[in-house]
Design a protein around this ligand. Sequence first.
Ligand SMILES: Nc1ncnc2c1ncn2[C@@H]1O[C@H](COP(=O)(O)OP(=O)(O)OP(=O)(O)O)[C@@H](O)[C@H]1O
Ligand SMILES: [Mg+2]
Length: 381
Amino acid sequence: MGNLCLGKPVELASASSSIPSKVVLKSNDSSDFNSSSNGSSVSTLSSHQSTSHPIPIAALKAFTLNDLKAATKNFRSDSYLGEGGFGCVYKGWIDENTHAPTKPGVGIVVAIKKLKQESIQGHKEWLAEVTYLGQFHHENLVKLIGYCSEADKKLLVYEYMPRGSLENHLFKRGVQPISWATRVNVAIDVARGLSFLHSLEPPVIYRDLKASNVLLVSDFTAKLSDFGLARNGPTGDKTHVSTRIVGTRGYAAPEYIATGHLTVKSDVYSFGVVLLELMSGKRSLDEDRGGMEEALVDWAKPFLGNQRKMVRIMDTRLEGQYVKKAAQTLASVAEECLHADPKSRPSMAEVLAAIEELQAPRNTPRSSKGTPSHSLQRYKP
Ligand SMILES: Nc1ncnc2c1ncn2[C@@H]1O[C@H](COP(=O)(O)OP(=O)(O)OP(=O)(O)O)[C@@H](O)[C@H]1O
Ligand SMILES: [Mg+2]
């Protein structure tokens, strides 16, 4: 049986598309390697690579293509999970210990991402993903189990994230809206993932934070996926790295789009956008606001600093079931993250410290309905 992978275009999405997708935001610099602000050139991945071997990660399982065909019933349509710029994603089954392919229902479920044949950029993204996710382990980063590299066939095998992406839970029609408590917890989880990456030496800039790259497990713990655009941040006294400008419209920081100068503060800006999406239930770019495409940031900014007006940005599907004080905290954090001057934005560690105490117990109901706001207890983890 055939599969559904139709090869969704990755780059230069139509300006009228209401679904944000990964684009080359400007391509005046064709190099995808970091060059530091003092002009010296370093390989994008070198500092976090343990050896010069293209696949340095011993802990990862090297799958054969036949293994992954067997695990997905030959990438059959009923195994299909979704599609992104990199390619299609399928659900598969492998043995928990040996990682050998098994029958559906036996062993553990995995998500298998298959690189589209025609994607040249995809090969770099595949290597970045293997290199970064293969060595970083954190509860808020999706676990990479293994990879397959056979000639031009490149695949990635991840832990399966049963609740799919945050994008689906916030924006998909017909999906029950997630509760306020879940939204706050997702924000904290994402902040934890980013803080971890930024705390590394050299720091890792994620560069592709967006609702579709935040995946959820059963209790709605959120994890960052997709490290294809991740880059090492500046080291020593360098202020930024310069790279080809890639990212997703509506999420990328304005100074990065304008100059190509990438810093950890680019991620902080994108975090501010995701915070707005969590609060408003609106996409970062949407044609429906004001009749023409308008950025959520431009629409929401005037309300953020004003406690009375702030209510206007809140998702009406929450039906008022949110903790006002927590919403105010998130609004003021979002405002700081979205500061036009990257130097004035807080670090992710500061963001985390500001929002961590808002954390609610896990397993709160998905729907806001029937969840009185006073029942959203707080505790310090
Ligand atoms: N580990 C996973 N577990 C479960 N579902 C997944 C997993 N990884 C991806 N998916 C699903 O597959 C779909 C495609 O994901 P993918 O990351 O390829 O694209 P995207 O995030 O929508 O776009 P982009 O290519 O810009 O990142 C998404 O809808 C996501 O829900
Ligand atoms: Mg993705």
